[in-house]
Design a protein around this ligand. Sequence first.
Ligand code: 3PG
Length: 213
Amino acid sequence: MDSIFEKISSIGVVPVIKLNNPEKDAAGLAKALCDGGVPVAEVTFRAAGAAKAIKLMCEAQPDMLVGAGTVMCEAQVDEAMEAGAKFIVSPGLDIELVKYCQKKGIAIFPGCTTPTDYHSAYRLGLKVLKFFPAEQSGGLSKIKAMAAPFPMFKVMPTGGISLKNLGEYLASPIICACGGSYMVTADLIDNQKWDEITELCKESVKIVKEVRG
Ligand code: 3PG
């Protein structure tokens, strides 16, 4: 579990993907991300074929760290893991869902933004949280304020992250990585603009390196 956290931290950005047509796009997208130096993805269950997309991305790029996002229930955890997912992300903190993953030894990053969320996460023994939706919930200043009573967490802010504010977030030692869809928008995926995706990933990696050395 810790190695998943370490790999995500070392990459620094996590593309949040909604794939409408996995058969058409999953393999090309996985290659575009890896070519750009971002061999990680959170594939959301907001699209019907999410499990299929996870499977096809894992097959296309076996070394890629593919996780499942917007996971709402235990059945989706099972579906994602069967497809080859290596981690689970949920939009909110659902105690039963976290316990289910913990019992099975599966890394889960639940969405947390309030002291109550963080407190529950602490009681569950979690170490890494998704901070979602980041910008809309108070952004970096709220993340820093939350770290005063809860210094034990690393967070993965997602929501409103772009090339403009990525560096600012990553400069904080509280941040493990930033999630975002800016490099995998519907337009870029549906029109198979793989070179543009690769370029956006490279620009992101450049920022990660500039900030973290
Ligand atoms: C998510 O599900 O994590 C967010 O919708 C991604 O947010 P963004 O589109 O603002 O990057």
